[in-house]
Design a protein around this ligand. Structure first.
Ligand SMILES: Nc1ncnc2c1ncn2[C@@H]1O[C@H](COP(=O)(O)OP(=O)(O)OP(=O)(O)O)[C@@H](O)[C@H]1O
Ligand SMILES: [Mg+2]
Length: 498
């Protein structure tokens, strides 16, 4: 009894102390009103403290992000819209900026750009959150791109190699296999300890389902997060999708992991940004895109990098996809992205219809920094391959006019035709890097010389079967590889006998 009395007295004393220090003050909570809504945007009056990117909460449960400020009104893009949202609904500032949940619990999951799961399962509680907009790593935190990331695609890994932390653009007309290259690359990361994020921006549901199913069928979903903003969804979400994907990968990169992000695709993203900007009455620039579209994409892609050891040594490789119209790479968005990225893989319509798939135009594709990351052995073997192949393409044009060629030129053409057959590769069939070295050695040893172009695929399959599960590595001596290849490809034996 006595004890309770003591406690009460103590409480009263504390309250008296608190009251002594209390100073009444006014806490201002701004409240705005919706003026109009439509096409995924809304105009609001009465939020003088609003700042760009602030999140707004509406009385009916809708959410929006501040996108444009005028003297008396706030323009915002909707991120969630209920049926009750009408003119007159009250709005408050939340004081928050947009973030997504991040971490390993997101692997194998399909989420929207706000982190809301789209696969009928909830996310575990207490996940870390990462801001969608963040500064890119400072120069002193960055390292050179020197580790390779393999796509499993023969042409790319040998002639247009990509390094961890590189930004490599996939560019081409619609339907030429850009997504297939990105998917192959993700599938090829199996067992490589690379966490992947596949961002789908403004795609039809059928395509979204297709890509998710393919990833699942090839067991690639285990190490991948898919961020989806469908074409039928709010344009605001489509605008945020690449930033959400980037934030998810960035968290892993900061933890020291290697990551790969695919933005499929940034043309749709740019068009959505143009739509939102025009609706919010921002002044249009070239091709009616707002003037800051370059900086939006540069801000996004600058966050992909390779961190140095002092900062954990993680990396973020970005594969942005862009669509051209009738092969026109000089259009605004493609030129922007070409100048921001570290190289491009150009897909050509003529090659695609001629049956050369993946339809990569080697002459117009380049990897500006990937060469430094390419493994020494692959680089040695692939050394002159690109120049030889380009020379062959030029010579082949001559033969169409019936010109007589020297014997050495005939040989170049024959080798080129074989090489063209070797470069053909079905989608979803990425090859391990050891097999890539094997075929380069075989080609350089002349094992494919004299093979009819129609038989190249058969010979190549024999080579793949013999070299896929061998104990040899990239660092094994060249003679060992030569011996192994000679034991499976008869053409070399014939050559030796000759
Ligand atoms: N290496 C390949 N071998 C054979 N067919 C391929 C190859 N790559 C792509 N294709 C075929 O090309 C078609 C288009 O591929 P994909 O969807 O990857 O192209 P895209 O450029 O992403 O198209 P979209 O503009 O529709 O996004 C598909 O039907 C696919 O089967
Ligand atoms: Mg596609």
């Amino acid at each position: 009894m006595l004890n309770t009395d003591l406690k009460t007295a103590e409480l009263i004393n504390r309250q008296a102390d608190w009251l002594k220090d209390y100073r009444p003050s006014i806490r201002i909570k701004e409240q705005g009103k919706v003026i109009s809504i439509g096409d995924g945007i809304t105009w609001i009056s009465g939020l003088p403290m609003a700042a760009i990117d602030d999140i707004l909460a509406f009385e009916d449960g809708s959410r929006a992000m501040v996108f444009d400020l005028t003297e008396n009104q706030v323009g915002a893009v909707l991120l969630h819209q209920t049926n009750q949202l009408t003119a007159g609904t009250t709005v408050c500032l939340t004081g928050k900026l947009l973030s997504v949940p991040v971490g390993d619990s997101l692997l194998g999951r399909v989420i929207d750009p706000q982190g809301i799961p789209l696969d009928d399962q909830s996310l575990p509680p207490h996940l870390p959150w990462q801001r969608l907009e963040a500064k890119s790593p400072v120069i002193m935190a960055r390292d050179f791109v020197r580790k390779p990331i393999y796509t499993g695609i023969k042409i790319i890994d040998t002639l247009i190699p990509i390094g961890k932390g590189q930004r490599q653009l996939l560019i081409g007309d619609e339907g030429l296999g850009r997504s297939s290259i990105a998917l192959d690359t993700v599938i090829n990361q199996q067992g490589q300890n690379v966490r992947c994020v596949y961002v789908l921006i403004g795609q039809k549901r059928s395509k979204v389902v297709n890509i998710i199913n393919t990833l699942r069928d090839y067991n690639a979903l285990d190490y991948t997060t898919v961020v989806v903003a469908e074409a039928s969804g709010l344009p605001g979400l489509q605008h945020l999708a690449p930033f959400a994907g980037c934030a998810i990968a960035e968290f892993w990169m900061q933890q020291g992991h290697d990551t790969l992000v695919v933005y499929d695709d940034l043309t749709t993203h740019a068009k959505t940004y143009r739509e939102l900007s025009l609706l919010l009455r921002r002044p249009p620039g070239r091709e009616a895109f707002p003037g800051d579209i370059f900086s939006v994409h540069a801000r996004l892609l600058e966050r992909a990098t390779c961190l140095n050891a002092a900062h954990g040594g993680g990396s973020m490789t970005a594969l942005p996809i862009v669509e051209t119209n009738q092969g026109e790479i000089a259009a605004y968005i493609p030129t922007n992205l070409i100048s921001i990225t570290d190289g491009q893989i150009y897909l050509d319509h003529t090659l695609f219809v001629s049956g050369f798939r993946p339809a990569i135009d080697i002459a117009r594709s380049v990897s500006r920094i990937g060469g430094d990351a390419q493994h020494r052995r692959i680089k040695e073997e692939a050394g002159r391959l690109k120049l030889d192949y380009l020379q062959f393409l030029e010579l082949e044009v001559f033969t169409r006019f019936g010109a007589r060629l020297e014997a050495s030129m005939e040989a170049t053409i024959k080798r080129g035709r074989v090489l063209r057959e070797i470069f053909k590769q079905d989608r979803l069939m990425p090859l391990p890097v050891t097999v890539q070295l094997a075929w380069l050695v075989a080609f350089n040893d002349g094992c494919f010389d004299g093979v009819d172009p129609e038989d190249v695929a058969k010979q190549f399959d024999i080579l793949v079967q013999h070299t896929r599960h061998t104990g040899l590595t990239l660092d094994s001596p060249r003679e060992k590889w030569s011996e192994l290849i000679a034991s499976c490809l008869s053409c070399r034996e014939e050559k030796n006998q000759a």
